[in-house]
Design a protein around this ligand. Sequence first.
Ligand SMILES: [Zn+2]
Ligand SMILES: [Zn+2]
Length: 108
Amino acid sequence: MTSPNLTPTKRIGDPRCGSRDTDDSPSCGAPATWHIAWRLAPLAEFSLICDEHMAQAQRTFVYEDRHPADVVCDMPGTGWAIGSPSYCTLPSDDTDRSFLASKEAPTT
Ligand SMILES: [Zn+2]
Ligand SMILES: [Zn+2]
C-alpha cells in the first residue's frame, strides 16, 4: 500500500491541495479539484488535491475512490459517504454518521 505524504490542513471550506513533493517542501496550496480516498477502511485517509498532483498521484499511488472537490469537502465535521459516486456531506446529527467512511486516521 502506497500513499503519499499527507499534509492535513485546517478545514475552512476552502479546498486546497495539500500535496508535498518531498517531506521538506511546503504543501502545494493550489485550489483542489479532487478529493481522494487513499483508503476507506479500516481507517479512512483522504486528501484534497489539485489537477497536477492528481495526475501525479495516478501514476504513483493507489487510491480507492475520488470525487470532485467541493466546498463541503473542506468543512469541519464533513464525512465521506461511500457510493457511486461518493460525496462529502455534513451530517446534521452526530449519531447519524454510520453511513460514512470511518473516521480519518489521526494525523499530527
Ligand atoms: Zn497540488
Ligand atoms: Zn469530498
